[in-house]
Design a binder for this molecule. Structure first.
Ligand code: ADP
Ligand code: MG
Length: 697
C-alpha cells in the first residue's frame, strides 16, 4: 500500500504527480506522508471584533460573523471589492483589490462566514485584505485546529500546488497510509522514553488536535531520525573495535623518566586525565581511535609526545602529522630536544626534505633506529615503511578520511593498524561530535596551564585606526610583536593577493619605523618559511598575513593580533587566530577591527568574541548562529542529512538517542544482528525523499 504511486491518490493525478516527483522527489504514498509540515497555523482560536487591539496589527486572526454590503467601489486601478463583517454591534471591513470579478459572486451568496487573514488598521477601522473566507457552520469551526503548513517550491506554487493544496491532499493520503505504517522503534523504547508509535506520530504531525500533540509527534519522529544515525555510528564503532586488533603496549621507563627529568613543568590535571584515557586504550588490546580536543594553548603537544613515548618504550615507533610544513617544523623544533634528552632519535619528513636526506631516513624508519617521526600529511602518502608503527598522531585536522585510514593500516606491523589520535584545537560542540565523529572516542583538555594571562579582546571601528597604530607602536616599543590578519577573499586568489598587498602598503606607511613581513596561502613554502623565521627571530616586528597563520604557530613574543574586517570571519576562525597570541608571559591583545556598520549577525559574533574566551562556549554559539552545515563545511554535513532534527537545538534528543544506541549495541553479541530486527529494518531502510531544499542544521 505504501508503495502506491502517488498519481492514484485522490486529488493528485498525473500532472501534480509529476510536480511532486521532480520538485520534491516524492513518488509513493509512503514518501508523501513522510513529507512533514514545518509549522502550523492556529485555526482553533476565534477572535471577537470588539476585543481586537492595535498591537495585533499584522498578525493573523480568525473571526466569524455575518457578511453584508458586498460592493465594488472605485474604478479602474482603484477598483476594489469591499464587504462588512458584523458581529453584534461591532463591525470591520473585508477588502479585495484583485480578482474582484471572481470573488464577488462567490461571497455574495454567503451569510454567516468565517474569515482568516492578517489584521490591518486603516482610517480608524480594522480590516482584513484578501482574507480566506468560507461559509460558517458550527461543524466548520469544530474541525478547525492547527493547520499544517508545508514547504513548496516556486514551480509548485505557480501551478497551484501550494501548501493549501498539499493540506487537502494530505487529508486523503494520511488516513490511507496510517494502517500500513510499520513501527520503527522497539516497544520497550516507546515505553521507556514515552514516545508515540510511528503511525500515531504521522497522523498527529499532519493533523494534530493541539500544539502539545504536534510537538510530541515531531519529537518522536526526530528521535527515530537521530537514533538511525546513532545506531549506524555505534554499530560501526563496535564492529571496528572488534575487528581491528589493537597493538598492546606495555609500561616502560621512558614516560617516568621524561616526567622527572625532561618536562619543564607539571602536567595539568586535565592533561593527566587525557593521558590515562589514551593509555587505557593502548594497553588493553583495543584499537585506539580517539579525538583529543583542547583549546589553543591547552598543552596538547606534551600529551602527544608522551603518547609517542608510550609506543616507543614498548619497542614500537610513533609519528606525528601536521597539516602544514610550518607546523611540522615547529613540532620538530620543540620535540627533538626532548627526544635527545631521552636518547631517542626523532626525525622530520616534509616535502622540503631533500632526496639525499630521505634515503637514510627511510632506512632508519625501516630498521627501527628512528623512533619518532614528525611530518606533514604527506607522510602517509609516501612509500615510507616503518619497522613497527604503533601510533599515529594527527594534529589540527578534524577529519581523517577513510582512505587515509586505509593507507595508515598498511603502515602498521603485520595484521595491526596503528593507534590513531586526532588532535584539534577547534572544539566541536558535543552534539556534533556525537553525530559526526560518533565512531571516535573523545578526550577533552578543559583546563589551561596555570598562570596564563587572559587575552584582552576589544572591538574597534575603522575610524579608530590611528589610535590602533599608536597602540601597536607603543607595544613594539616595549619589544613586542604584532600580527595583522586580512580576510581571505574566496572569489579570487588574485584579489586576495591584492588586498594583502594593499594592507601591507598601508601598514608600512603607517608604521614605517618597523620591519614588516608578509605571508599568504599562495606563497610557496620556500618563500614563506624565511618570512616566518624572520618573525620568529624578531627581525620583523609586524607580520601581515592571511589565515594561513591560523593553526598552531608559536611565537611567544607576539602579543597583538589585529584582525581586519573581523566581521567576515566565523567564530571558530576568530578564536583560532586569537590563539596565536597569549603564548608568552606578557599581556596579549586581540583587536577586532570592523567597518562602522555591522549586520546583526556580524555584531553578535564580534560581541561573542569580546565576551568569551572559552573555545567550547564559542563553538556552541557558532553552532547556534550558523547551523551545523556551515560549521562542518558542506563535505561533512553531507553525512548528516537530517529532515527534521536540528543539531543546534535538538541537543537533548541527540544525547538520548546516542545513549540508547550504545545500550542496544552493548546488549548484542554481534552488533550487526540488531539490523535484523523488524523495527530496525523499518528504521534503517528509511529513505524519505530527496529534499533538496531542506537545509541541514
Ligand atoms: P596546544 O594545545 O595549542 O597545541 P601547546 O602544546 O603548544 O598547546 O602548549 C602551549 C604552551 O604551553 C607551550 O609553550 C607548552 O610548553 C606550554 N605547556 C603545556 N603544558 C603545560 C603545563 N602543564 N604547564 C605549563 N605550561 C604548559
Ligand atoms: Mg598545537
Amino acid at each position: 500500500m505504501l508503495q502506491t504511486p502517488i498519481e492514484y491518490i485522490k486529488g493528485i493525478g498525473p500532472a501534480r504527480a509529476d510536480l511532486l516527483k521532480t520538485e520534491l522527489g516524492i513518488h509513493t504514498l509512503g514518501q508523501l506522508v513522510e513529507y512533514y509540515p514545518f509549522r502550523y497555523e492556529d485555526r482553533s482560536k476565534v477572535e471577537r471584533i470588539e476585543d481586537l487591539r492595535l498591537e495585533q496589527e499584522g498578525e493573523p486572526v480568525q473571526i466569524t460573523g455575518s457578511l453584508t454590503d458586498v460592493e465594488v467601489v472605485g474604478s479602474g486601478r482603484q477598483e476594489r471589492l469591499v464587504a462588512t463583517l458584523w458581529q453584534g454591534a461591532y463591525s470591520m471591513e473585508l477588502v479585495w483589490f484583485q480578482a474582484v470579478k471572481y470573488v464577488r459572486p462567490r461571497i455574495s451568496a454567503l451569510k454567516q462566514v468565517i474569515v482568516y487573514g492578517r489584521l490591518q488598521h486603516f482610517n480608524g477601522r480594522f480590516s482584513l485584505v484578501h482574507p480566506e473566507i468560507e461559509a460558517y457552520t458550527p461543524e466548520t469551526l469544530a474541525q478547525r485546529g492547527l493547520h499544517p503548513v508545508y514547504h513548496t517550491t516556486e514551480r509548485m506554487k505557480q501551478r497551484k500546488l501550494d501548501s493549501k493544496a498539499l493540506q487537502k491532499i494530505m487529508l486523503a493520503a494520511v488516513p490511507l497510509a496510517i494502517p500500513h505504517i510499520t513501527e520503527d522503534l522497539p516497544a520497550e523504547l516507546l515505553k521507556a522514553d514515552g514516545l508515540l508509535p510511528k503511525a500515531q506520530a504521522i497522523q498527529a504531525i499532519h493533523h494534530p488536535i493541539d500544539a502539545p500533540l504536534a510537538e510530541a509527534a515531531r519529537y518522536r519522529l526526530k528521535f527515530a531520525e537521530l537514533l538511525r544515525l546513532g545506531l549506524t555510528l555505534a554499530i560501526n564503532k563496535a564492529e571496528n573495535d572488534k575487528e581491528v586488533p589493537g597493538i598492546r603496549l606495555k609500561k616502560g621507563a621512558l614516560v617516568p623518566k621524561f616526567l622527572q627529568e625532561v618536562l619543564p613543568f607539571d602536567l595539568t590535571e586535565a592533561q593527566r586525565r587525557v593521558l590515562r584515557e589514551i593509555w587505557g586504550d593502548m594497553h588493553n588490546g583495543h584499537h585506539m581511535n580517539r579525538l583529543l580536543q583542547g583549546d589553543v594553548g591547552s598543552g596538547k603537544t606534551a600529551v602527544a609526545f608522551m603518547a609517542m613515548l608510550m609506543a616507543v618504550e614498548s619497542g614500537h615507533q610513533a609519528c606525528l602529522m601536521a597539516p602544514t610544513e610550518i607546523l611540522a617544523e615547529q613540532h620538530y623544533a620543540s620535540l627533538r630536544p626532548w627526544g635527545q634528552k631521552l636518547g631517542l632519535r626523532l626525525e622530520k619528513l616534509t616535502g622540503s626534505v631533500s632526496a639525499k636526506l630521505r634515503k637514510p631516513l627511510h632506512q632508519g624508519l625501516e630498521d627501527g633506529t628512528v623512533h619518532m617521526l614528525v611530518g606533514t600529511h604527506a607522510l602517509v602518502e609516501e612509500p615510507v615503511r616503518f619497522q613497527s608503527l604503533a601510533l599515529c598522531i594527527i594534529d589540527e585536522q578534524h577529519r581523517f578520511g577513510v582512505s587515509q585510514r586505509a593507507r595508515l593500516r598498511a603502515k602498521g606491523p603485520e595484521g595491526y593498524v596503528p593507534h590513531v589520535l586526532i588532535m584539534t584545537a577547534t572544539p566541536i560542540p558535543r552534539t556534533l561530535s556525537l553525530t559526526v565523529y560518533g565512531d571516535l572516542d573523545v578526550s577533552i583538555i578543559d583546563e589551561l596551564p596555570a598562570g596564563r594571562k587572559k587575552i584582552v579582546t576589544v572591538h574597534r571601528y575603522e575610524r579608530d585606526r590611528q589610535k590602533l597604530y599608536d597602540f601597536i607602536r607603543q607595544e613594539i616599543g616595549q619589544g613586542r610583536q604584532c600580527y595583522m590578519v586580512f580576510p581571505l577573499i574566496e572569489e579570487s586568489e588574485k584579489l586576495e593577493a591584492k588586498a594583502l598587498e594593499e594592507g601591507l602598503e598601508m601598514v608600512k606607511a603607517a608604521l614605517p619605523e618597523f620591519e614588516t613581513g608578509v605571508v599568504h596561502g599562495r606563497m610557496k613554502w620556500a618563500e614563506r618559511e624565511p618570512e616566518m623565521i624572520k618573525f620568529l627571530n624578531n627581525e620583523t616586528q609586524i607580520l601581515v598575513a592571511t589565515t594561513v597563520i591560523e593553526v598552531g604557530i608559536n611565537v611567544p613574543n607576539a602579543t597583538i593580533m589585529v584582525i581586519e574586517n573581523a566581521e567576515r570571519f566565523g567564530l571558530s576562525q576568530l578564536h583560532q587566530l586569537r590563539g596565536r597570541v597569549g603564548r608568552g608571559g606578557n599581556q596579549s591583545y586581540c583587536v577586532l577591527l570592523t567597518k562602522d556598520s555591522l549586520t546583526q549577525d556580524g555584531r553578535q559574533r564580534i560581541q561573542a568574541m569580546v565576551t568569551h574566551s572559552d573555545g567550547f562556549v564559542l563553538s556552541e554559539l557558532d553552532l547556534q548562529l550558523r547551523g551545523a552545515g556551515d560549521l562542518l563545511g558542506t563535505q561533512q554535513s553531507g553525512q548528516v542529512q537530517l529532515q527534521l532534527s536540528n543539531l543546534a537545538t535538538d541537543k537533548e534528543i541527540v544525547e538520548q538517542t546516542h545513549k540508547r544506541a550504545e545500550q542496544m549495541v552493548r546488549q548484542m553479541p554481534y552488533p550487526r544482528d540488531l539490523l535484523k530486527l523488524d523495527w530496525a529494518k523499518a528504521l534503517m531502510v528509511h529513505q524519505p525523499y530527496h529534499a533538496s531544499f531542506h537545509k541541514v542544521g
